[in-house]
Ligand binder design. Structure first.
Ligand code: FDA
Length: 507
């Protein structure tokens, strides 16, 4: 098939991709964004764009026959998940041998499905993880820029103190304090002013109607409403959806040619086309970017790529667990889907943990306090391609999560001891207290300064860049999207100034 040509192509439309698209557009560079998922901007027959968590339908998941929610049972009953029609829904759970990874699919990537927690890492930890990056510049310029563009805001503490929808968080906070632990408010991209209007009955409910992980119909400033709206507003950025980039090659002139698979709602291939470009920005996420690059290297299309490609992967120390509360301590049948508090025990000498106090908006009193613990697990996995099938593999063994479980347990044991409570063993399909086999925060595969130079330029091939979570080597200590965004701002600014704009002038 014949194709077309752009000075710049961006693959994916998550955080890194959106930053690249906006800054390229602002610099006057004609840019094409290719996203494998849908554009989520039209209401379905029920008047809503997204479905909720309690009654999920085909919009929930990316071509699955059944939903695969993180908590898959209550009282060991298989009552959480639902059979659904296969459809390009918004949340995907990608299964590797001993780890599965949640990712968003659609224009906005993970921003469509995530909890919106917008956390800037502790500076000392950032410097440890990315020692090659000037932290003065990051904390002085790029973190503030990212937060402003993303629309980060904080909950009004009086509202938090009063709302029935945050009873669950106040209870978990008090229980943490009983154990001598400290809690912090966590900023978010959900508009808390909107949430207060939801509570007053002045606006359609979203956070207060249990919407999250399968999308929010209102209130959340996902990337399609922030960075991507601004990118399209430059008039220089073209967006094409339901287009999966399958293959990257480099021509004799140094330009790149992409093979793009276009699918329909049934997942059938409508067309395979080619697009060429001078500058190629990969923002397909830790899994997507690493897979494209490994395939290009291993098939000989981009033979110069680093032998270290695929390394430095980690689940950001993610461990989920629930505690059982006494009947006299209800968590409330009303729960906001947007988390606003975390137990911050990152300075613990042996077991640093940043534990998000997570909602469980089931619409009934569950008696559960739920946590997503981010730990400092030093274990790393690596990606490779199966030589027989060509499929992406993740070399990560379940036991590699043992240090993360130990850390999460050490923290929550203290909470249990202080409050005379126990774990819940009925939430993860068997009788485990700690979910150690899935993550929300995949990081790495194309580590900054290892598979790339210090700014995300892939080693071995010119004008080729990784801009997303694949750059961060496995862990950042907090929820990652603010870091992904700020790092993309820093890297793209450099690449634009040094590689892209001079080329345009010369052309
Ligand atoms: P991201 O994954 O966002 O986007 C990649 C995009 O590329 C996707 O839209 C995908 O469809 C597309 N793509 C992939 N391969 C492609 C191909 N070959 N061709 C075309 N398109 C392709 N973080 C946080 O900081 N706070 C939080 O509260 C949460 N909560 C949370 C909850 C849940 C349920 C999830 C799944 C994740 C979170 N996260 C989070 C994590 C956060 O969302 C995640 O780290 C970022 O979205 C990663 O951003 P990237 O830019 O790397 O890509």
């Amino acid at each position: 098939a014949s194709g077309d040509s752009f000075p710049a192509v961006v693959v994916g439309s998550g955080y890194g991709a959106s930053v690249a698209a906006l800054r390229l557009g602002e610099a006057g560079v004609n840019t094409l964004v290719l996203e494998m998922g849908r554009l989520w901007d039209e209401a379905a027959a029920d008047g809503r764009i997204f479905c909720d968590m309690i009654n999920p339908d085909r919009r929930s998941m990316w071509f699955k026959d059944r939903t695969e929610a993180p908590l898959d049972s209550l009282l060991w009953l298989d009552i959480v998940n639902r059979d659904i029609e296969r459809y390009p829904g918004v949340l995907d759970r990608v299964h590797f041998g001993e780890m599965s990874v949640y990712v968003g699919r659609g224009v906005g990537g993970g921003s469509l499905v995530n909890g919106g927690m917008a956390v800037t890492p502790a500076r000392g930890h950032f410097e440890k993880v990315l020692p090659g990056v000037d932290s003065g510049e990051m904390y002085g310029t790029y973190f503030p820029r990212a937060r402003a563009m993303l629309g980060v805001n904080s909950i009004d503490t009086d509202y938090f103190g009063d709302s029935d929808y945050y009873r669950f968080a106040r209870l978990a906070r008090d229980q943490a304090h009983n154990a001598g632990l400290s809690t912090v408010y966590v900023p978010n991209v959900y508009d808390f002013g909107y949430m207060e209007r939801e509570e007053r009955g002045d606006a359609a409910k979203s956070a207060l109607a249990g919407e999250v992980i399968y999308g929010n119909n209102h209130g959340k400033r996902s990337l399609d409403k922030s960075y991507l709206a601004a990118a399209l507003g430059t008039g220089k950025v073209t967006l094409r959806t339901m287009r999966q980039v399958e293959r990257i090659e480099q021509g004799a002139d140094g330009g790149y040619t992409l093979t793009v698979k276009e699918i329909d709602e049934n997942g059938s291939v409508v067309a395979r086309t080619e697009v060429s470009c001078t500058h190629l920005f990969l923002g397909a996420g830790s899994l997507g970017t690493t897979e494209l690059l490994l395939r290009a290297r291993d098939t000989g299309a981009l033979p110069g790529l680093s032998p270290d490609l695929g390394t430095g992967w980690g689940p950001n120390g993610n461990i989920m667990a629930g505690r059982a509360n006494h009947p006299w301590n209800p968590t409330g049948s009303k729960q906001s889907s947007i988390p606003v508090l975390a137990i911050d025990d990152w300075n613990h000498p042996a077991h640093p943990v940043f534990a998000e106090i997570a909602p469980l908006p089931a619409g009934i009193e569950t008696g559960i306090s739920l946590y997503l613990a981010i730990t400092d697990n030093p274990e790393r996995g690596s990606f490779s391609l199966d030589p027989a099938t060509g499929e992406l593999r993740l070399d990560w063994r379940r036991e590699q999560n043992a240090p993360a479980v130990t850390a999460a347990k050490s923290l929550l044991d203290r909470v249990n001891r202080a409050n005379r409570t126990e774990y819940r063993y009925d939430l993860f399909g068997d009788d485990r207290a700690f979910a150690d086999d899935f993550c929300y925060h995949p990081l790495g595969g194309c580590p900054l300064g290892v598979a790339t130079d210090g700014y995300g330029r892939l080693r071995g091939h010119r004008n080729l860049y990784a801009v997303d979570s694949s750059l961060i080597p496995g862990s950042i200590g907090v929820n990652p999207f603010v870091t992904i965004t700020a790092l993309a701002e820093r890297n793209v600014a450099r690449v634009l100034a040094e590689d892209v704009v001079p080329g345009l002038r010369g052309a």
